[in-house]
Design a protein around this ligand. Sequence first.
Ligand SMILES: Cc1ncc(COP(=O)(O)O)c(C=O)c1O
Length: 394
Amino acid sequence: MQEDKLSALVKLLKPEVAAVKPSSILKFNQDISKIPGILKLTLGEPDFTTPEHIKAAGVSAIEQNDSHYTNSAGKIEVRQATANYLATKYNVHYDPASEILVTAGTTEAIFSALTTIVSKGDEVLIPTPIFPLYIPDTTVNQGVPVFMDTSANHFVLSPELLATTLKDHPRAKVLVLNYPTNPTGVTYRRKDLEALAKVLRQYNVFVLCDEIYSELTYGEPHVSMAELLPEQTILLNGVSKSHAMTGWRIGVLAAPAAIAQEIGKVHQFAITSATTVAQDAALEAFKNGLNDGQEMKQAYEKRRDYLFTALQAIGFECVKPEGAFYLFVKIPASLPQDSFKCCYELAQEAKVALIPGASFGGGGEGYVRISYAASLTDLKEAVKRLKNYLVQKS
Ligand SMILES: Cc1ncc(COP(=O)(O)O)c(C=O)c1O
């Protein structure tokens, strides 16, 4: 094809898509993966495998030729099992026929929800540091992200900051909340959520509440925002983290019927329905795998405790995480305070790969994210390497 023709065609593409910057995390990961002997604590997914009974349900679905489209919202049995799961675990109540969608991972649920809500110039309130996906899903819909830096409040959004931001941003339509939080591992307790709900009730705004790590909490049990603020909450969850099923691509979205029905249209245009055999596997997870996460959780908790203590001992300070499988640690003074520089240096010199905190937005600079979705043996080796490097530098 001629160059000038191609560049004319490229100009036809949506500018909001062209403006999305390639993921800095992805580039960093590609760069450091080439380093021989590198130990990567960068992973954002469980290092466990899907439980056997869930795999068996998937195999059986294939063998029984369950390979046709399903209802766009998902098989009714899966929606029913999701409703039971959410009610049993988190005391939230949804009608499977009209208030639940089975999506292609939480990722698609985030995209479908934000596409349904956000038009040109609408504002999306995003506390940072945060999992970056919500940002392009806002801007490709011509929305405007409004960032709220939570680093001064132990990475928890305070009701005061939320109240001022809502007052200053009358075009805000939705607050994104993710807890337990990627990348900090902090979570919101009932009293934190009640204080936020009190502010939110005064406004007509949604809360897009990404509770994908809800099964991985190490302190008080998880409280869902949907329990406190059911009318305004669009609840997201799934099996990726709770059942080590990231590749099956099943998430769930729950919201009041009138809202779920509208989001269901975008979901239908985008994917028709979630993969049928993966829905069968998720049915097994929700129905008979209620406590599958417990064993994994115990292992994560042990790793968290080890890593938290071991890192503090060598000079990495951090807030003790109460959920997910990440530690968000302050870069020691002897290392570059620019988190990308620091991570490239640690990867090249100490042969340990961590994610630069700046990738997660305001408040993240000066920090690095360490994933403990890795074996205890690898974590111990990583600490040893970091310690040796820091000793060498001092
Ligand atoms: C906060 C958060 N939300 C959503 C996702 C994506 O989840 P899923 O695999 O269900 O698409 C991730 C993945 O790392 C995440 O950290």
